[in-house]
Design a binder for this molecule. Structure first.
Ligand code: 1HE
Length: 266
């Protein structure tokens, strides 16, 4: 049975989407090509985030079939000149920026190959849940190309430029568990359990106030990249705005009057 069409915008057949309460699920649906991303997919991702309904509070991205994504659809590359390739890369940048700096937290659920542009997509999400089958690689070096979906900014930020060089120079793969060591994986779960965990985490993040999530998604990465003086000033301003939100006051009173959950560690 095919999922009903996403009513908020037209998506290409290689993408499908559905609602689960406050959460929207976006699925890469091109398993016969291992969810390799052609321009249709990239533009579809951008459109999905452009037309995300206001009442969606978090998004989960996952992949159909045995792999999250084999990256760039390499069949598109053979006919492009340098100028086409540059503009093509800028499409990827725009689409993934909508994820990284959008209105909601975005969770990616990873399994099988998370390679090349697939890893660039995952790196633009805020929380990464990896099933044990997931493996990370940047085969661009082997293919005679370079990252073009924001990887040199986002992946190098996660793993460090040195490790990224090593991955690209040698084609080395890292597994889900190894990815925990450098934030490619935030969670590792059994095979087949990623989507449920990803949805649970998205639902958890969706319970934060919209203002706090805005600060975490929009402000925090910019503060982290700013010079420390400007960063601390931005932090003070965002912190003041977030804590003056009536929703924050209500939560603080709930805690002080013993109605809110304590922080627990199990
Ligand atoms: C593809 C692609 C693709 C599979 N573009 N068609 N990415 C890569 O270098 C990874 C290339 N793919 C692989 O290494 C393997 O396909 C996988 C490890 C991901 C999966 O292996 P497997 O055995 O399950 O599948 P398969 O038999 O290799 O592939 C099934 C089909 O998908 C086959 O097509 P078919 O017509 O023969 O059935 C493959 O050709 C096709 N396919 N991957 C096009 N990537 C913004 S810049 C980003 C730069 C990059 O992402 S570079 C990394 C590219």
């Amino acid at each position: 049975m095919t999922a009903p069409a996403w009513p908020h915008c037209d998506l290409p057949p290689s993408l499908s989407a559905e609602r689960r309460g406050e959460i929207a699920l976006l699925r890469l649906s091109r398993p016969e090509k291992r969810n390799a991303m052609n321009l249709d997919v990239v533009l579809g991702i951008e459109k999905f985030f452009d037309f995300l309904p206001d009442d969606v509070r978090a998004v989960v991205i996952h992949g159909q079939g045995d792999h999250f994504s084999a990256g760039l659809d390499l069949s598109e590359l053979t006919e492009r000149n340098a100028s086409d390739s540059m503009h093509h890369s800028r499409h990827w940048h725009r689409a993934f920026e909508k994820i990284e700096f959008g209105r909601t937290p975005v969770v990616s659920v990873l399994h099988g190959a998370v390679v090349g542009g697939g890893l660039e997509l995952a790196a633009s999400t805020h929380i990464r849940v990896a099933e044990k089958s997931a493996f990370y690689a940047l085969p661009e070096g082997i293919r005679g190309i370079f990252v073009g979906g924001g990887g040199s900014v986002r992946i190098s930020r996660l793993v460090g430029a040195s490790r990224m060089q090593e991955m690209m120079l040698t084609g080395r793969t890292y597994g889900a568990e190894e990815g925990l060591g450098f934030a490619l994986s935030h969670y590792v779960v059994e095979n087949g359990e990623g989507l449920a965990r990803g949805i649970a985490l998205a639902e958890r993040a969706a319970k934060n106030t919209p203002m706090t999530n805005f600060a975490i998604v929009q402000a925090l990465p910019r503060i982290a990249q700013a010079d420390p003086d400007a960063g601390l000033l931005m932090e003070a301003m965002i912190s003041a705005i977030a804590s003056s939100d009536p929703a924050a006051t209500a939560r603080l009173i709930d805690f002080l009057e013993k109605r809110a959950a304590k922080v627990t560690h199990n």
